[in-house]
Design a protein around this ligand. Structure first.
Ligand SMILES: CCCCCCCCCCCCCCCCCC(=O)SCCNC(=O)CCNC(=O)[C@H](O)C(C)(C)COP(=O)(O)OP(=O)(O)OC[C@H]1O[C@@H](n2cnc3c(N)ncnc32)[C@H](O)[C@@H]1OP(=O)(O)O
Ligand SMILES: NC(=O)C1=CN([C@@H]2O[C@H](COP(=O)(O)OP(=O)(O)OC[C@H]3O[C@@H](n4cnc5c(N)ncnc54)[C@H](OP(=O)(O)O)[C@@H]3O)[C@@H](O)[C@H]2O)C=CC1
Length: 548
């Protein structure tokens, strides 16, 4: 079966065996085709880039827990923030995410082999000895590393998302026993289209030409021409991820390739436990800001599909795709749109409702205000609420901080928040339609047992329950707050409510006082209202005396 698309460069090559005589690896044991996913990984050496990142960590955990016979996981890691590569990997393994693996096998760390690598450097800065080791033993590569920042300067995004991918593909070609190369892309690589099929679309520019031209330009020039280059894409991230897909596709004759395109990756749904999340990216930061009562308004379309996908679903699909690519060796690179919208849609309006009610039940500690965020697609309404519900309270709070001898900080926090949400609004204000046939095809290829162990059937996802666990996850794992402190957090919210009532009453009285002092009409209204109240009271008193 193959899928054609008039504009796409790539044709799906489902179920095609590599009989084309190309130089693609053919040393795969035929018994593999009978193997289950976990059995396939038995005795395999796996190379993972981006293992210290959000998705990389979940991938490492799942492989160790559900494919315990995997031989070794080679992880490319760079030293960072004064920490050595070894230190970073051992810190990662201490993380709560690995609790279940630790229980099953306390020596699991022995299977993780860190390899020093800086992906932006020539040859990925891997030592010749390590290159030799990798080329001799790696069976499957998962390429997760990328810069996912939306405001990344084009040169850097190109260096990491495109050039590093090219270099890794070069290294993969030298690997003697490589069976599959799995590249993690994004469902938004082609967000300039409304309907996105599982094909690689023509790149906005020939990557080689772009790389050559940017080489001689200084950063200022590149910054100036970036909007023209990225065209109808919202940022350098989606633009460079689209180029990377093309670069990966170029090697499909030499390697067995699978490309995974997840949409907005959120907290885990089921594994290793519900609600695991460790960063502020995408919706997580928005949820936290709303839960803390900082974010009160955001531009989003209530009726647009919120294409969130749990991280464990993405990883299960990735591992299954690794198995499928290695065992069935599709003739051309297979693309898997890993999305929920077409299968089990949920909308931003519903997300808003469930996030708010979840944070009311399980409040975050030391909230700035009571959680009450609203989304609107109207620009002017949003600007109004930004002024009234963001800037005004921030100004008052900073004034209070100044008066009490502390450093003002709220306005700075709001400025950062506004910058972040302005970059996200593109994705929350419209919706896309992704074809996810390959995801269904892959599911149909799994044994019933694998379908449970590597579950990516999002039809079973109960959104309200998922969002509740997601919000609790941000509290427990991102903010490191204790669930036993919830009564105190609720008490704090009650205190905030009382402050608000008092403040509002004082404000009304103050405004009225000012009016009365300046306007005869306001005074007349005031006397009229007071005399009406007085008359009503007298009538009430008189009638109650009569009945007695
Ligand atoms: C209520 C209901 C609402 C419902 C509506 C919700 C709508 C949500 C919409 C979400 C749409 C998401 C779309 C994503 C689509 C593409 C998916 C992908 O392929 S790719 C995946 C998607 N990719 C992305 O999502 C990337 C987007 N992010 C970025 O591009 C950048 O972070 C930035 C430009 C936003 C800020 O840059 P910059 O100002 O330089 O700030 P830094 O980054 O350097 O962080 C500095 C420090 O602040 C921390 N912190 C951060 N945020 C928050 C927060 N909200 N709060 C508190 N803290 C926060 C941060 O941890 C760090 O701490 P530390 O390490 O210093 O201790
Ligand atoms: N999160 C999401 O919502 C989505 C993510 N994706 C894709 O999934 C993949 C993983 O994303 P995610 O885990 O969220 O991203 P993270 O930012 O959490 O992780 C990125 C990883 O890449 C590594 N990395 C970055 N720069 C370098 C470098 N110069 N040298 C070596 N390693 C480097 C990071 O290492 P270090 O720890 O040293 O910084 C980290 O391990 C990406 O390809 C992304 O495009 C796709 C759709 C949605």
């Amino acid at each position: 079966m193959s899928t054609e698309h008039p504009e796409g460069l790539n044709l799906n090559g489902l179920e095609e065996q590599a009989t084309d005589g190309q130089s693609r690896p053919t040393d795969i044991c035929s018994s593999n085709s009978m193997a289950s996913v976990a059995e396939y990984y038995t005795g395999k050496s796996v190379l993972i880039t981006g293992a210290t990142g959000f998705m990389g960590k979940v991938l490492v955990e799942k492989l160790l827990r559900c494919c315990p016979e995997v031989k070794a996981l080679y992880v490319l890691v760079r030293p960072k923030a004064g920490q050595s590569m070894q230190q970073r990997v051992s810190d990662m393994m201490k993380c709560k995410l690995f609790d279940r693996v630790r229980e099953d096998n306390p020596d699991f760390h022995q299977k993780i082999i860190p390899i020093s690598s800086e992906l932006t450097q020539p040859g990925l800065a891997i030592s010749p000895e390590d290159v030799e080791t990798l080329t001799a033993c790696i069976n499957i590569v998962f390429h997760c590393a990328a810069t996912i920042r939306f405001d990344e300067p084009l040169k850097h995004a190109l260096q990491l998302n495109v050039i590093a991918t090219q270099q890794l593909l070069g290294l993969a070609q030298q690997m003697h026993h490589l069976e599959a190369f799995i590249h993690i892309s994004t469902a938004y690589a082609n967000c300039n289209r409304k309907h996105i099929d599982e094909v690689i679309y023509p790149p906005p520019v020939e990557p080689k030409k772009l790389i050559e031209s940017l080489e001689w330009m200084d950063d200022g020039i590149v910054r100036d021409i970036t909007p023209r280059l990225i065209g109808d894409r919202p940022n350098t991230y989606t633009y460079t991820k689209a180029l990377a897909e093309y670069v990966v596709q170029q090697e499909q004759d030499k390697l067995n390739i699978g490309i995974i395109r997840p949409s907005i990756v959120g907290a885990s749904w089921q594994e290793p436990f519900p609600g695991w999340i460790d960063n502020f990216n995408g919706p997580s930061g928005v949820f936290i800001a709303a839960g803390k009562g900082i974010l009160r308004t955001m531009r989003a379309n209530n009726d647009a599909v919120a294409d969130l996908i749990p991280v464990d679903v993405v990883i299960n699909l990735t591992l299954a795709a690794g198995w499928y690519t290695a065992v069935h060796r599709p003739k051309t690179a297979l693309v898997y749109n890993c999305t929920t919208g077409g299968i089990n849609p949920f909308h931003w309006g519903e997300i808003e409702h469930h996030v708010m009610s979840s944070f009311k039940r399980n409040p975050l500690e030391q909230a700035f205000r009571r959680p009450n965020a609203n989304i609107t697609s109207n620009y002017l309404i949003n600007q109004y609420w930004i002024l009234v519900s963001h800037k005004f309270p921030a100004l008052i709070y900073d004034l209070f901080l100044r008066l009490s001898g502390q450093k003002p900080q709220m306005m700075r926090i709001f400025n950062r928040l506004h910058k972040a949400i302005s970059l996200l609004e593109y994705f929350s204000s419209q919706d896309w339609e992704w074809n996810s046939e390959n995801m269904s095809m892959l599911m149909s290829q799994l044994t019933p047992e694998d379908r449970k162990t590597f579950n990516f059937d999002v039809r079973q996802l109960n959104w309200p329950e998922y969002i509740e666990n997601y919000c609790i996850g941000t509290k427990k794992y991102v903010l490191n707050e204790d669930m036993s402190d919830i009564p105190a957090a609720r008490q704090h919210l009650r205190k905030l409510r009382n402050i608000r009532y008092t403040f509002n009453t004082l404000l009304v009285v103050f405004i009225w006082r000012v009016f009365i002092a300046r306007s005869q009409m306001a005074r007349n209204i005031w006397y009229f209202v007071v005399s009406l109240c007085f008359k009503f009271l007298s009538y009430f008193r008189a009638s109650s005396t009569l009945t007695n």
